[in-house]
Design a binder for this molecule. Structure first.
Ligand SMILES: Cc1cc2nc3c(=O)[nH]c(=O)nc-3n(C[C@H](O)[C@H](O)[C@H](O)COP(=O)(O)OP(=O)(O)OC[C@H]3O[C@@H](n4cnc5c(N)ncnc54)[C@H](O)[C@@H]3O)c2cc1C
Length: 469
């Protein structure tokens, strides 16, 4: 970038990174699969600075790759390996919670706020910021919104999109779209914010968001349940949903998945013996102390055991035990990495189709890659099941396994889509799922997406090579 000195004047020399070792963390994705080196990493501190930087990049013909916590799983926050000249624009310094209004049940946070810090700030104000997933200690609000993240509580409060009341966005020409309002009803034309939510930085840079809060949870009950099959899990799901309690999480894990967590998870204690083909982790909550949540959970699980929907169950007896159950879930992606190479999916189907989906997938994988080891884990309560095929035990050569088993991903995408589901449930498209856009995305939808991109980013400088094939 020729005008680095001028940019340094604007945002401070310490916020223009150009040394190879400083840039290195921004040049590779979380999985270590995608690499691309930017000319510089720019770290603005205000919306005005973002706007100014965007204009200067435009003047120099530089592409911009916005970056949050860089925990995305589709290679969306790193430049293309052989792409156009680009800078990474990291929002990490824009980490202020601008306002919390408890009576409005809302807050305004800047894009660089770490999600967990927003959760904590809401809790300190006696409110709940409900989204939750394994990377929340690193992922940022801007990344969360740009990927429309889901996580374990989608079944109760929806994806990130559902939390948003208003956005502040810097457009590719540097203009600021100020729609940071907390109003709950506004039918004055197109809801433009929804273009940027899930836009993966291809249409503009989110700098702040007004988001909904919920009443704090006063009671929470969590159970770890062994179930004989996904069919049984689905029956259990209906049972807990009909129990009268608010169900805020319902996760399904396969037996091999749990063995992998037990093998590699540091300090993890699995509450039930290994050996069950499937496990469910579920959580109920109430916003008032007087709700007899424990009794509801015990009755529900008792009935499920009697009906054969569950073979064993453990209820968390303390906050530490509750956290341990969720630590198993949240640490699993790291445990899976340690176990060795795998090819995976981010598939979803209607909740009622989860058992059929898993039956077909299991059969196809066993038939085509009998040497592979199938792992399944997911947010069964919203129909999002991540299926992975691990290389045979001891095989650590990732490229070789990808070459051998890479066809598994499109095959499972196809199964999900044929059951009315999606090949991209919650992680987005980035670089890794663009091929599936060509195969599965409705052509009319693709036309509209291209038209939107051309209208907002006519020179194509916002995160090129991502989302659109
Ligand atoms: C261990 C682990 C578990 C995970 N579990 C889940 C899960 O359960 N559910 C789920 O949905 N995801 C999950 N993810 C994926 C990931 O955490 C989410 O996609 C997250 O929302 C990404 O946030 P980030 O700040 O890290 O974004 P980044 O990875 O930095 O960026 C992601 C995308 O957003 C764009 N972007 C970032 N900031 C901005 C901005 N301010 N304006 C415009 N564009 C921007 C980037 O260009 C990129 O396209 C998991 C990831 C890990 C590593």
């Amino acid at each position: 970038m020729d005008s680095l000195a001028a940019v340094a004047d604007l945002i401070g020399p310490g916020n223009v990174l150009t040394a190879a070792e400083d840039i290195a963390p921004y040049a590779v994705d979380w999985r270590g699969v995608y690499r691309g080196v930017p000319e510089a990493v720019l770290r603005p501190g205000t919306t005005k600075e973002v706007s100014e930087l965007v204009q200067r990049c435009a003047a120099e013909g530089l592409s911009i790759v916005p970056a949050g916590g860089r925990t995305g799983l589709c290679g969306a926050a790193v430049p293309l390996a052989n792409g156009p000249r680009s800078v990474v624009l990291s929002l990490e310094r824009m980490n202020r919670i601008r306002d919390i209004d408890t009576r409005d049940f809302s807050l305004i946070a800047e894009a660089g706020c770490v999600v967990q810090n927003v959760q904590q700030a809401a809790a300190e104000a006696g409110r709940l910021f409900p989204i939750q997933w394994g990377a929340q200690g690193t992922a940022q609000i801007g990344g969360m919104l740009s990927t429309n993240a889901g996580g374990i509580r989608t079944l109760r409060w929806g994806n990130a999109r559902e939390l948003v009341l208003g956005l502040e966005v810097v457009l590719p020409d540097g203009r600021i779209l100020d729609d940071l309002r907390r109003v709950r009803k506004d039918n004055s034309g197109y809801a433009l914010r929804h273009l940027f939510i899930g836009g993966e930085g291809t249409l503009g840079i989110i700098t702040a968001a007004a988001m909904r809060l919920q009443p704090a949870l006063k009671r929470v009950e969590t159970a770890f349940v062994a179930v004989p099959s996904p069919d049984a899990a689905l029956s259990l799901f209906s049972r807990v949903m009909e129990s009268g309690a608010e169900v805020i999480a319902f996760e399904l894990c396969g037996g091999f998945t749990m063995e992998t967590a037990a093998k590699h998870g540091v300090g993890l204690r699995i509450p039930l013996p290994l050996g069950s083909p499937w496990y469910v982790m579920l959580e109920m909550a109430a916003a008032h102390e007087s709700i007899p949540l424990r009794a509801i959970l015990e009755d529900t699980l008792g009935a499920a055991l009697e009906a054969g929907e569950a073979s064993d169950a453990a209820i968390a007896e303390s906050e530490a035990q509750r956290q341990m159950i969720w630590k198993i879930r949240e640490d699993y992606p790291e445990c899976s990495r340690t176990e060795g190479p795998a090819v995976g999916t981010d598939t979803s189907v209607p909740v009622s189709a989860v058992p059929k989906f898993l039956k077909i997938v299991e059969h196809e994988l066993k038939t085509r890659w009998p040497e592979g080891r199938m792992a399944a884990i997911g947010h069964a309560g919203d129909g999002n099941i991540h299926v992975s095929l691990h290389a045979p035990a001891g095989m650590m050569d990732r490229p070789a396994w990808v070459q051998r088993a890479g066809a598994m991903e499109p095959m499972i995408n196809e199964i999900a889509v044929s059951l009315g589901g999606s090949f991209s449930a919650e992680h987005g498209i980035g670089q890794s799922k663009r091929h599936a856009m060509t195969t599965h995305k409705n052509p009319v939808a693709m036309d509209l997406m291209r038209a939107v991109k051309a209208a907002i980013d006519p020179t194509g400088r916002m995160n090129p090579g991502k989302v659109l094939p």
